[in-house]
Ligand binder design. Structure first.
Ligand SMILES: NC(=O)c1ccc[n+]([C@@H]2O[C@H](COP(=O)([O-])OP(=O)(O)OC[C@H]3O[C@@H](n4cnc5c(N)ncnc54)[C@H](O)[C@@H]3O)[C@@H](O)[C@H]2O)c1
Length: 245
């Protein structure tokens, strides 16, 4: 029996990390719902997975902007209506808007806070009631190494929000533990993919600085999703797991 057989996973975001997580979860038997504010991203993720042979009946795409709590609640309800439960939330929806602090506008600060931090709060809040009811659930937030150590080239807005979600995760682990709900965050280093597409060579070098291999990671090789690989990890409790750095 696969570990995720008949489990239902809601993934916020439908980008590179979401798709990689979905593939692994589908291999393990899960049903996967993506929620993203971009219909294009949803269509690309779902059609890509179907083209690889995954059954469309085990996939769902929901348009949802994590900045709005009502949309997160509606997304969670849509999954509950179709599949009856949400076993795991994987919160990947996020953006990066790097620039030096003295040039950073209020909007560049606030957009990142609204999506990377408040968006995680909304997504988590929307799944907790049904998890509490079942006394079961796993919540995984994709943070970043930038939120643990700082990192040249990501921007203070990004690093501050990722440190913020780490705080949320650590506190929430205590809060939800009595309901047997685990809360973990994964903090990857920079990865090749859409998030950093089109960046300059200077930026690639500054992002690569401090990485032991002196280069950006590659998602499928680097990102092994420890909450699944270390079999019992989510069962044991909550914390932050550092990857690829
Ligand atoms: N890619 C990396 O190098 C890297 C490294 C460390 C951490 N992370 C984190 O991993 C997560 C996923 O990154 P990725 O590489 O898959 O990025 P990505 O750009 O490929 O995907 C992000 C997705 O989030 C969606 N999104 C953005 N704003 C949204 C909103 N308001 N509501 C709903 N969806 C929204 C986008 O449409 C996109 O599909 C992010 O939180 C990112 O900070 C990424």
């Amino acid at each position: 029996m696969e570990r995720y057989q008949d489990k239902v996973v809601l993934i916020t975001g439908a980008g590179d990390v979401a798709e990689a997580a979905a593939k692994r979860l589908l291999c393990e038997g899960a049903k996967v719902a993506f929620s993203d504010f971009s219909q294009e991203a949803l269509d690309a993720a779902i059609s890509g997975l179907k083209a690889e042979g995954w059954d469309g009946e085990r996939l769902m795409g929901i348009k949802c902007d994590v900045r709005k709590y009502e949309e997160c609640e509606a997304a969670a309800n849509a999954v509950l209506a179709r599949w009856g439960q949400i076993d795991t939330l994987v919160a990947t929806a996020g953006i990066i808007r790097h620039c030096p602090i003295d040039e950073m506008t209020e909007a560049q600060w606030q957009d990142v806070v609204d999506i990377n931090l408040t968006g995680v709060f909304h997504a988590v809040k929307s799944v907790v009631p049904s998890m509490k009811e079942r006394k079961y659930g796993h919540i995984v937030v994709i943070s970043s190494i930038g939120g643990r150590t700082g990192r040249p080239g990501v921007g203070v807005n990004y690093a501050a929000t990722k440190a913020g979600v780490n705080g949320l995760v650590m506190c929430l682990g205590y809060e939800l533990g009595p309901w047997q709900i685990t809360v973990n965050s994964v903090a990857p280093g920079p990865l090749k993919g859409k998030m950093f597409a089109g960046m300059t060579q200077d930026r690639i070098e500054s992002l690569s600085a401090g990485i032991r291999l002196q280069r950006m990671g590659e998602l499928m090789k680097n990102m092994s999703f420890p909450w699944m690989r270390y079999n019992s990890l989510p069962m044991k409790g909550s914390g932050i797991y550092r990857l690829g750095i």
